[in-house]
Design a protein around this ligand. Structure first.
Ligand SMILES: C[S@@+](CC[C@H](N)C(=O)[O-])C[C@H]1O[C@@H](n2cnc3c(N)ncnc32)[C@H](O)[C@@H]1O
Length: 175
């Protein structure tokens, strides 16, 4: 059965990094999430995603401005398990079998600072190596592990364009 995955990006940057936020959205969409919650983002993130959906299919959405506390509370209320990605958590290779059993999840990534309460609110604190790196990389690997690679085969409905995978060159057809 296909899982229902939402992503939450916690954090308000002193100087907002719109490129990172856009990459979190694109990675979430491409790798099987339905929705991303962003505490701090400009409205043009939504416009970018609408254009990506129109061109490449699906109906991925971004929800802007919701606080992390409210998002986690509501996710739990509707039966979602909360998986927080942090270098201090348990190795993903050890917990992946348990994570693959979950049908509805909220996958949480941080920015420069994550409030201590998040570690306690989460059902799982999960590390993608115990080394510091990037929320975009951690998110991509976690999405891949949780879905056991099934997300790579997913088709996006109602796209304007479709790529014909090629060994060389670029082949794109209109639907
Ligand atoms: C710039 S990092 C901040 C690193 C932070 N000290 C931490 O707790 O992981 C921003 C976000 O990337 C994710 N991240 C970075 N390295 C990670 C790792 N090794 N495993 C899981 N997530 C990681 C976390 O979600 C983190 O909040």
């Amino acid at each position: 059965m296909e899982k229902s995955i939402w992503v939450l990006r916690i954090g308000q940057r002193y100087v907002r990094d719109d490129r990172t936020l856009t990459h979190l959205c694109l990675v979430s969409r491409a790798l099987g999430a339905e929705r991303i919650y962003l505490e701090d983002a400009e409205k043009d993130v939504t416009a970018t995603l609408e254009e990506v959906n129109r061109t490449w299919g699906g109906n991925f959405e971004a929800v802007l401005g919701a606080s992390w506390g409210k998002t986690i509370k509501e996710a739990k209320k509707e039966g979602r398990s909360v998986i927080h990605l942090t270098m201090y958590g348990l190795p993903i290779q050890d917990v992946a079998p348990a994570l693959r059993e979950l049908d509805k999840v909220l996958l949480v990534v941080g920015g420069p600072k994550v409030p201590g309460k998040v570690y306690h609110e989460a059902d799982f604190n999960v590390a993608v190596t115990s080394q510091p790196h990037s929320e975009v990389a951690a998110l991509a690997i976690a999405l891949h592990e949780i879905q056991n690679g099934e997300e790579l085969k997913r088709a996006f409905q109602k796209s304007k364009l479709r790529i014909l995978p090629s060994a060389r060159g670029k082949r794109v057809v209109e639907n």
